[in-house]
Design a protein around this ligand. Structure first.
Ligand SMILES: NC(=O)c1ccc[n+]([C@@H]2O[C@H](COP(=O)([O-])OP(=O)(O)OC[C@H]3O[C@@H](n4cnc5c(N)ncnc54)[C@H](OP(=O)(O)O)[C@@H]3O)[C@@H](O)[C@H]2O)c1
Length: 254
């Protein structure tokens, strides 16, 4: 039985860093499945780690037929999924009234439906000692105006991950919710401007450090990891202060 790691959203940003950290921490795994739409990016990554069996899977998580196809593949090979990094996500910021329908639907279909169905599809192949890291966000701690849909999808992820972790405790499968703030990726490039004003002014996180720590914490059975002192502080504040006050403050950073 092959031991696997699976990483979604592996074609850029945090997913690429996760692949690096997973290979570093678990070099003995038989296969590393990397999932995203941009096939050429996945193939380049497979080239870069020639000594490992990297399996690129070109897939759109919004395509509901995908999950049956993955299930058939799993059923045939019956692997053991040791590590599942459920990371793919999509964001579009701006006033809800100005948003395009396709962006709204993409956020719901990748962040909510895709994340849920990836977990459902791989779970039967996880066992004692396996774990999943689900990429959530600090946007799940309080509603974020101008990220109205995105923050709502991340709240869904937060509740989903917390409840699933509780369900899986007896099976000794851990679920870690990773709740990062700003990271310099395609989704949120450092120094991005809107109308001549820098928009992402809060601290940026080091993805090498946070992916390594996320794996360590997931392995140890932790449930939530918020990297960085500033964002840890925000998490505490979000539990104490009313969300109306937090929303008004968050609006100033938009
Ligand atoms: N960057 C930040 O500041 C930040 C902060 C908090 C949380 N996050 C979360 O971190 C996670 C990773 O994002 P990132 O920052 O690394 O952004 P990114 O560089 O834009 O990466 C997003 C990844 O998701 C994949 N993806 C998007 N739509 C997909 C679809 N329909 N089907 C399959 N794969 C899809 C993309 O691959 P393809 O385009 O090749 O399909 C890409 O690999 C997300 O869940 C995001 O919400 C990011």
């Amino acid at each position: 039985m092959a031991d696997l790691a699976v990483i979604t959203g592996a074609s850029s940003g945090l997913g690429v860093k996760f692949l690096e950290s997973v290979i570093h921490r678990y070099p003995q795994l038989d296969e590393y499945w990397i999932i995203a739409r941009r096939k050429e990016r996945l193939e380049k990554l497979a080239e870069a780690y020639k000594d490992k069996k990297i399996v690129p899977i070109e897939a759109d998580l919004g395509d509901e037929k995908l999950y049956d196809k993955i299930s058939e593949r799993l059923e045939k090979n019956k692997p053991h999924v040791k590590v599942l990094i459920n990371n793919a996500g999509y964001v579009k910021s701006g006033m809800f009234s100005d948003m395009k329908q396709e962006d709204i639907l993409s956020m719901i279909s990748v962040n909510v439906k895709g994340m849920t169905m990836i977990q459902k599809t791989f779970l039967p192949y996880m066992g004692k000692g396996s774990f999943t890291v689900i990429t959530c966000s600090v946007s799940s701690f309080a509603p974020v105006p101008c990220q109205t849909v995105y923050s709502a999808t991340k709240k869904y992820i937060y509740y989903f991950g917390r409840a699933l972790r509780e369900e899986l405790l007896e099976k000794e499968i851990n679920v870690l919710l990773l709740c990062p703030g700003n990271m310099d990726t395609e989704m949120n490039p450092k120094g991005q401007q809107r109308q001549g004003r820098k928009i992402n002014r809060l601290p940026f996180l080091d993805m090498d450090i946070l992916t390594a720590k996320a794996l360590e914490k997931a392995e140890k059975g932790k449930g939530v990891y918020t990297p960085g002192t500033f964002y840890k502080f925000y998490r505490v504040v979000s539990r104490i202060f009313p969300s109306l006050w937090l929303m008004k403050t968050a609006k100033k950073f938009y």
